[in-house]
Ligand binder design. Structure first.
Ligand SMILES: Cc1ncc(C[n+]2csc(CCOP(=O)(O)OP(=O)(O)O)c2C)c(N)n1
Length: 601
């Protein structure tokens, strides 16, 4: 079918296949994760792999490009920070096969640790960037990106964002290209690919020349579009922001910048010539505005009225430009209008008892990013920092170096299995090498949970479900020099607390591995619990609410004030929802009154 309704990410995947991509690699991250999944599930001709992190993903695909194959790396915005090191130098080496880096931003931080604007990488990295605004453009711009990459000998960035990646719109597909056989590696090209100072200086000149050529090309590039209507007023925008602004002010003239950088200088000059008042509407940073002002133009409005943070929705754009009272971005839906439904760990999740234990121990926990970050919220309240993937391991070490022996027994870091493999090994090596004494806890639930169950080198499966080597965390710890390696079963709360305290007390690095605790939503691996369901004995529950401290979605509080039990007045009792309980037995371990018992047939 030539026309289909497609999600932005699905259109990106399809475009990669239709553009003849041979190799695609990614590390998952919302809102980009579906792209590689779709490639792996739908386009068998494309080699696809989950890399342990974004830097490796980009390096893998750049190798394919150097061999002459078309190649794609996908990541979320913060992933590009991790991949920035190869990116900055790949701009100098250039490519052989078309090399595209898809980066998906997350304005409003729906699912991210920051709200950075990836457009800043394009100017900084000296590589062009395209920005689609709907699924059709995802498809078209991606195909353009591969052509552009080969034509100008450059990696090309394509920036998506949550609303583009995760919206479904109609896509008219083009003719697929045959996947071309890579031309192969050529030793004679070493001066292009070996970035030693002598070659860097030559490459530097090529980079500048390329930017100039791209600047000229931008003026004729079909992804940049000018539409002259009302000449009194017009707007400059890109991506989804262009669509939103166009919806509200359809009668205005417009300049859509499909290429974010370099900018089409002649087109911009023409637009300012033809339109009396130019408004620059852009989400997050004043990227276009800074550039356009530097060219000597004075927009009528830009960031003086348009917010510099969060998403730009049609109503925010409208209020900002219609000169209403509206100044700062508002939280759109007032929390008090909604029933409170904070995100929570799943029923039976192995992270819950571990963080309950850490809370009871009173430890300061340097945390990380994953489902377990949810333990920062009350009542678990057992994650005290979250910065970026792998950071907690090194931060615990740094804090303990700063505080000296007084921190012994009180500090640790926790990170997930995927996060450990992404960026946790290097800081653990650092702790050992520099004679630290921090405790590193790996919550191994056998999958990349938070982003939707992607495989990684510790799961034993590739992206296409083929069995493969499974990393042994204990062996890794030993190889890095950790002497104290301990396995704990997080579901056994008292034993876990004892083990954690012992490890934190040690004046040496230690690695704690939470074992036999697969993600509750994983199908292939299941924790076997003794019983499948627990219930409350109403005659024994005193309503002390201790079991509510684990924030289990299956447990709730039922008011029945005035009732007494053994002469003890209780305000209510606890209820366990039999449709939700999976029998993890965590709540039972907390009940002093033996009021929580298994249901036996
Ligand atoms: C640099 C970077 N890349 C990707 C992400 C997206 N991301 C958030 S958490 C996470 C991994 C979580 O998996 P794991 O560590 O196994 O913990 P789990 O969610 O399974 O508990 C990923 C990929 C990110 N936040 N930062």
């Amino acid at each position: 079918m030539k026309k289909q309704i497609m999600q932005g990410n699905a259109a990106i995947a399809r475009a990669a296949s239709d553009a003849g991509v041979s190799v695609a690699a990614a590390y998952p991250g919302t809102p980009s994760s579906e792209i590689l999944r779709d490639i792996a599930n739908t386009y068998p001709e494309v080699y696809a792999e989950w890399a342990p992190n974004e830097k490796v993903a980009l390096e893998v695909v750049s190798g394919a490009s150097f061999a002459g194959a078309r190649a794609l790396a996908c990541m979320k915005h913060v992933g590009l920070n991790v991949a920035a090191d190869p990116l900055m130098t790949l701009a100098y080496t250039g490519v052989k096969g078309g090399l595209v880096i898809l980066v998906a931003d997350d304005p409003y931080s729906h699912s991210s640790q920051n709200e950075q604007d990836s457009r800043n990488w394009t100017r900084f990295g000296k590589v062009p960037m395209l920005e689609p605004g709907d699924s059709q453009e995802c498809y078209d711009f991606m195909r353009e990106a591969f052509d552009l990459s080969e034509r100008f000998d450059t990696p090309v960035l394509v920036r998506s964002e949550t609303r583009v990646s995760h919206s479904d719109t109609v896509v008219e597909l083009g003719e697929p290209l045959e996947q071309t056989k890579p031309v192969g590696l050529d030793k004679k090209e070493w001066q292009k690919y070996v970035m030693v100072p002598m070659n860097v200086r030559a490459a530097r000149i090529r980079v500048e020349e390329r930017i100039r050529k791209l600047e000229t090309y931008a003026d004729e590039f079909k992804c940049n579009e000018m539409e002259i209507k009302d000449t009194k007023i017009g707007f400059i925008a890109s991506g989804v922001t262009y669509n939103c602004t166009k919806d509200i002010f359809p009668e205005w003239s417009s300049l859509k910048l499909g290429m974010v950088w370099p900018l089409p200088k002649k087109m911009i000059a023409e637009f300012f010539n033809k339109v009396e008042k130019v408004v620059i509407v852009e989400e997050l940073d004043p990227f276009f505005e800074t550039e356009i002002r530097a060219m000597g133009y004075k927009p009528f409005h830009g960031k003086d009225v348009i917010p510099t943070m969060y998403e730009l929705t049609p109503d925010i754009i409208e209020k900002s430009l219609k000169g209403s009272e509206y100044k700062a971005p508002e939280i759109r839906v007032k929390p008090e209008d909604l029933p409170r439904r904070p995100p929570n760990l799943c029923v039976g999740c192995s992270h819950r008892p571990l963080f309950y234990a850490l809370n009871k121990l009173g430890a300061f926990v340097f945390g990380d990013i994953g489902c377990y970050t949810l333990a920062a919220a009350p009542p678990l309240s057992a994650i005290h920092t979250t910065v970026c993937m792998g950071a907690g391991v090194a931060q615990a070490h740094g804090a303990m170096k700063a505080l000296g022996k007084e921190a012994l027994g009180k500090v640790c870091s926790v990170l997930g299995d995927s996060t450990f493999l992404h960026n946790g090994l290097t800081p653990l090596m650092d702790i050992v090498y520099n004679k630290g004494n921090a405790t590193t806890i790996v919550v191994d639930n056998r999958i990349t949970g938070m982003t939707g169950h992607q495989e990684h080198p510790g799961t034993g499966f590739t992206i296409r479900g083929e069995p493969t080597n499974m990393v042994d965390y204990e062996e890794i710890g030993r190889a890095l020099g950790v002497k104290s390696i301990r396995k704990v079963d997080p579901y056994k709360i008292n034993e876990t607390m004892e083990a954690l305290q012992e490890e934190m007390d040690k004046d040496e690095p230690s690695l704690v591995l939470c074992v036999d605790s697969p993600c509750m939503l994983l199908r292939r691996e299941k924790r076997q619990f003794e019983h499948s369901l627990y219930t409350i004995d109403a005659d024994k529950c005193r309503g002390c609410k201790v079991c509510l401290n684990i924030s289990c979605p299956a447990i709730s509080w039922r008011e029945n004030a005035g009732e007494t039990i053994d002469g003890h007045k209780r305000k209510g009792i606890v209820y366990i929802n039999p449709d939700q309980c999976v029998g993890c037995q965590v709540c039972q371990q907390l009940c002093k009154f033996e009021a929580i018992n298994p249901v036996t047939q």
